[in-house]
Design a protein around this ligand. Structure first.
Ligand SMILES: Cc1cc2nc3c(=O)[nH]c(=O)nc-3n(C[C@H](O)[C@H](O)[C@H](O)COP(=O)(O)OP(=O)(O)OC[C@H]3O[C@@H](n4cnc5c(N)ncnc54)[C@H](O)[C@@H]3O)c2cc1C
Length: 303
């Protein structure tokens, strides 16, 4: 039986592995795809403290090498279920058909951003199309951007970007926003923020970088084009928690866990973007990894 099994080799899972190994724990990380998580999709990270600039790919490589050099075993196999108890240990079942047991489990399976599902979206991701205003907003200082979405995240992103860029269009498919009234009011008074409703994005223009978007009015199907340097898609995230819904308590699809990264099940911990929290960033994912690993170590040693 391993000491700790970690599901997910993203920033949270690999950070947890570093802390678990440094505490002398026999640590296994199961990754269903490639190591590194979401961050491998971005060419530039500029907001990780003490690293002024790094590509997402290099960040992931450094993190992976650090964890494996410390002795973490990373296996490329998806976790399909977790069962068991704190008293008897936990069994992790794998996509390959195998299984492994551990005294504690850390769930660090992350989330994915919902995509628009239109042509050229993948091609232009990182070249004008972004899913994270906090991550990429600073690259658009003095430029024109659009935010797409109608919930709190979209309106918050638009307000945040209005403080950085020349002009923000907030595009939503309905005339009414789902976001809190106070947020919508705060957005409406900003002189450089223009609400564009009820419109959907039909086409992305520009090569090799985004330079415009074509919109369709949902009432009369008329179209118009906006010249933009960036498009921030904020139409929701999907935490990868379907397989854990009968194991731990979920809230809005995310695994419920406080700053101590404990779930409602003793011996099972949660770290990173998949945890209920407000800020989903590298720093908070790595911090969660540290907290979850040390909490798991305490649980193993002290019960
Ligand atoms: C395009 C883009 C740019 C970004 N830029 C920045 C930035 O500049 N700065 C910043 O701070 N943040 C940025 N972020 C956010 C940052 O990447 C995330 O906050 C961070 O990656 C979350 O880490 P995580 O480990 O919690 O989850 P993830 O990165 O989502 O990693 C989870 C891992 O778990 C694996 N997994 C999922 N299900 C299973 C399973 N059942 N079994 C095994 N493995 C599984 C996944 O394959 C993945 O590797 C960006 C995100 C995106 C998408």
């Amino acid at each position: 039986m391993a000491d700790i099994i970690i599901a997910g080799a993203g920033p949270a899972g690999l950070s947890a592995a570093i802390y678990a190994r440094r505490a002398g724990m026999d640590t296994v990380v199961y990754e269903g795809n490639v190591y590194g998580g979401q961050i491998i999709n971005t060419p530039e990270v500029e907001n990780y403290p003490a690293i002024a600039k790094i590509s997402g790919f290099d960040f992931a490589n450094d993190l992976y090498n650090q964890a494996t050099n410390l002795g973490a075993r990373v296996e490329f196999d998806g976790v399909t279920s977790v069962s068991g108890t704190a008293e008897e240990g936990f069994t992790v079942e794998l996509a390959s058909g195998g299984k492994e047991t551990a005294k504690a489990v850390i769930l660090a399976v992350g989330a994915t951003n919902r995509h628009l599902g239109i042509d050229r979206e993948e091609e232009l991701t990182g070249k004008g199309v972004s899913y994270c205003a906090t991550c990429d907003g600073a690259f658009y200082k003095g430029k024109t951007v659009a935010v797409n979405g109608g919930g709190n995240t979209a309106v918050e992103d638009a307000i945040y970007l209005a403080g950085l860029v020349e002009k923000v269009y907030l595009i939503h498919r309905r005339n009414e926003f789902r976001a809190d009234e106070t947020l919508v009011k705060a957005a409406k008074v900003l002189p450089n923020l223009e609400m564009v409703t009820p419109f959907v994005i039909k086409e992305l223009k520009g090569s090799p970088k985004l330079d415009g978007i074509v919109l369709e009015n949902r009432d009369d199907q008329s179209t118009k084009e906006l010249a933009v340097d960036g498009l921030f898609v904020a139409i929701g995230q999907e935490p990868k928690t379907a397989i854990f819904k009968d194991l731990v308590t979920l809230s809005g699809g995310y695994i419920e866990g406080g700053e101590d990264c404990k779930t409602n099940v003793k011996g099972i911990f949660v770290a990173g973007d998949v945890r209920t929290k407000k800020v989903r960033q590298l720093t908070t994912a790595c911090a969660d990894g540290a907290v979850a690993a040390l909490a798991a170590v305490d649980f193993i040693k002290l019960g």
